[in-house]
Design a binder for this molecule. Structure first.
Ligand SMILES: *[C@@H]1O[C@H](CO)[C@@H](O)[C@H](O)[C@H]1NC(C)=O
Ligand SMILES: *[C@@H]1O[C@H](CO)[C@@H](O)[C@H](O)[C@H]1NC(C)=O
Length: 226
């Protein structure tokens, strides 16, 4: 009896031990498998992220090598400032602290993409001569980026409108009080620029009470070949 009793205790003990052992390894394995999968999932997510191409300025298209990628956003009402990105470089933005109400202008070398200068000109209470001094004279082969913010037009005179028109603008002659306007032109351009958008300030259609909706434009500009 005593012998059988000892055997029983041993059997029970060994059953407990094996159960515990299995339980332990099983849970461990399961835990490991789970963490491995988490790592793997992370890896594959990262790989996917890397695989997804980053286009310059975050635009939809991937521009060919002899083109500049750009993305520009006009100001929104008198609240949010405009921004201009060229080949992954922010030329003008609120963060760069180089924008202001009125007309925002960035001049770039059309052959090599180098930023030449930026400026902003208050077209409501500023002086038109400041804008004129900035835009005239402009050397041939300059690419011009223009983004409106709040009011781009009250102080615009015929001479300035004529200059923008000569750079390929279709709207420079009609842009008015608090219209939104985006334009890319070039000194020496022989045709109308395909990169221009304009929205009329109109109480009936305005998105904001006193201003039309902001504009966004992106694409590829052919580099000037000499
Ligand atoms: C690009 O043009 C600017 C002048 O517009 C010049 O200073 C710069 O050196 C040029 N860069 C290259 C790489 O040619
Ligand atoms: C642009 O850069 C090219 C090459 O560096 C230079 O020859 C040309 O004069 C520059 N043009 C402007 C408008 O800066």
């Amino acid at each position: 009896m005593r012998f059988i009793g000892i055997i029983r205790i041993l059997v029970i003990l060994s059953t407990l031990l094996t159960t515990w052992y299995f339980a332990e390894t099983f849970f461990n394995t399961k835990w490991e498998a789970k963490s491995l999968r988490t790592i793997f999932d992370k890896r594959s997510q990262e790989t996917e992220h890397v695989k997804k191409p980053h286009n310059k300025c975050g635009i939809e298209k991937n521009c060919p090598s002899d083109y500049f990628a750009f993305r520009m956003i006009s100001g929104a009402a008198s609240v949010v400032g405009p921004s201009i990105c060229l080949d992954d470089k922010i030329l003008m933005s609120s963060v760069k602290n180089n924008i202001g109400r009125g007309l925002n202008l960035a001049f770039v070398n059309a052959s090599n993409g180098t930023l030449l200068k930026t400026g902003f000109f208050d077209m409501y209470s500023g002086e038109i001569k400041d804008l004129m001094a900035f835009i005239d004279p402009t050397p041939e082969g300059t690419l011009v980026f223009l983004a409106s913010y709040d009011d781009p037009a009250t102080k615009l005179n015929d001479q300035a409108r004529e200059i923008f028109t000569s750079w390929g603008s279709s709207y420079a002659k009609k842009v008015g009080f608090r219209d939104t306007w985006l334009f890319i032109g070039g000194k020496g351009l022989k045709a109308k620029s395909p990169f221009e958008q304009h929205r009329k300030n109109d109480k009936e259609t305005n998105k904001y009470e006193g201003w039309p909706e902001m504009l966004e434009m992106e694409g590829c500009i052919p580099r000037k070949m000499d």
